[in-house]
Design a protein around this ligand. Structure first.
Ligand code: CAO
Length: 426
């Protein structure tokens, strides 16, 4: 089945010279594979193949002038491709536009008349270069749209390409914006053969660590983090916690400070809704539910399961759920659903130690609480130093959404709830 391929509707353009022929006899092409390039004073146009097939004859030469309907080449097509040909795809890159697709303009075939819709013609709004310049650019992997032409009407000359490549090689790799105006310059990651300094061992990162690492790098780099610090006096709370643990039945999970933190954070979020939110463009999405995530250290890497509707649950139930979810994380049995829907995260290193750290926000959340180990410290009561159990708290927050004063109030409220847990009921 051989069909003539003609120049489709190319809008205002007429008598345009062919500057490049991208296919040759015997080439297999797909639908929309560019066949030839036309160049007018204003733009270059890629004429794509209307169908998949094999090039049987090329009927134009470079320099020929063509208009709509001019025959370009003969294409042999498999019979079934013709019958089932879908309408043209009109999605094109943003730097290009499509000539209006008109209903069927029947292409004449040598053996048979084949009705086919016009293909999508892409028109580049840039000055062109000669075929040899375009070929050279392709070989170098240079996008001609990024090169300034110094020829007549901005035509790109070979010297322009040479200059472009020289300049690109002279500049160290940077993380600039597309227009090159970003003030941020990032040098390439150091590539060092460490074995020249001593014995080394290679260890592949686990999948979880890779995924978490990518997210953490994005969140750290893109969110303007600020971290506030606060101390909470949890002497009374810890006495209550110890009492509850003494009262618990054999199989019940041990209650740690974490369960109280989850509950107190939820009460604080209810008071400061902008902390229970996500940024979406220029809108803040405020959540009216309280699903709180907590970081779990596992042999495979960090995981963040989520406890749902913490506002509706008691301390014992929260403790049961945290210990169950943490066990599932460590056994690699956590369900995807249990990692989703979080509003806010608590990262507790209280079981390990430390006096403070600045956690990275778990996007698209806007704040995260970091907790280290509570310690008994001498606290001045106005007359005497009293031994009090002090819980260090850190809050990292997204400065696009939250201000320092709000963060200080949030932590102050949280500390006051932990100091007197009855206030959670208020
Ligand atoms: N102050 C003092 N002691 C604390 C404490 C605190 N804030 N928090 C926990 N402890 C104590 C517990 O009471 C427990 O004491 P006992 O051994 O005497 O019973 C001990 O420390 C161990 O607690 P735990 O860590 O097993 O339990 P948890 O509920 O506090 O924490 C979990 C559970 C899953 C959060 C924790 O095991 C974990 O994985 N933490 C690491 C999180 C992490 O890696 N964060 C960093 C991420 S980077 O942002």
């Amino acid at each position: 089945m051989i069909s003539e391929v003609t120049v489709p509707d190319i809008g205002e353009f007429k008598n345009i010279p062919v500057i490049e022929i991208l296919v040759k006899l015997g080439d297999h092409v797909q639908k929309d594979t560019p066949l030839i390039v036309l160049e007018s004073d204003k733009a270059t146009l890629d004429i794509p193949s209307p169908q998949a097939g094999v090039i049987k004859e090329v009927r134009i030469a470079i320099g020929d002038r063509v208009s709509r309907g001019s025959t370009i080449l003969a294409l042999e097509m498999p019979g079934d491709a013709i019958a089932t040909d879908p309408p043209p795809v009109t999605t094109v890159p943003t730097t290009q536009f499509t000539t209006p697709t008109k209903p069927v303009d029947a292409a004449k075939s040598i053996g048979k008349i084949i009705a086919s819709r016009e293909p999508t013609v892409t028109v580049s709004r840039r000055p062109g270069g000669s075929p040899s310049v375009r070929r050279f650019a392709r070989e170098l992997g240079v996008n001609l749209e990024t090169v300034n032409g110094s020829g007549p009407r901005g035509r790109i000359l070979k010297e322009d390409l040479h200059r472009f490549v020289k300049t690109a090689l002279a500049v160290p790799p940077t993380a600039t914006s597309n227009d090159g105006t970003s003030p941020v310059r990032v040098t390439a990651w150091p590539q060092i053969d460490f074995s020249q300094f001593g014995k080394i061992e290679r260890k592949k990162l686990t999948r979880i660590r890779q995924l978490a690492g990518d997210n953490l790098a994005r969140n750290w780099a893109l969110i303007p983090h600020v971290t506030n610090f606060e101390d909470a006096d949890i002497t009374d709370l810890d006495a209550f916690r110890t009492q509850l643990n003494l009262e618990r039945s054999g199989t019940a999970s041990k209650i740690t400070v974490l369960a109280f933190l989850l509950k107190a954070v939820t009460a604080t979020l209810a008071k400061y809704p902008e902390f229970n939110a996500s940024l979406a463009g220029d809108e803040l999405i405020l959540k009216r539910y309280f699903h709180i995530g907590f970081a779990v250290d596992t042999p495979h890497g960090l995981m963040v399961p989520v406890i749902r509707a913490v506002d509706t649950k008691g301390i014992r139930q929260i403790a049961e759920e945290t210990s169950l979810l943490a066990a599932q994380c460590r056994d690699g049995k956590l369900k995807l659903a249990d990692m989703q829907g979080g509003c806010f995260t608590i990262s507790s290193l209280g079981g390990i130690g430390g006096t403070g750290f600045t956690p990275i926000i778990n996007a698209p959340e806007v704040a995260i609480l970091g907790v280290t180990r509570a310690q008994v410290r001498p606290v001045w009561d106005g007359k005497l130093f009293q031994p009090r159990l002090i819980q260090p708290l850190t809050l990292s927050w997204d400065h696009r959404v939250i201000d320092g004063a709000a963060a200080a109030r949030f932590l102050k409220t949280l500390a006051s709830l932990l100091a007197d847990f009855r206030r959670v009921l208020l």
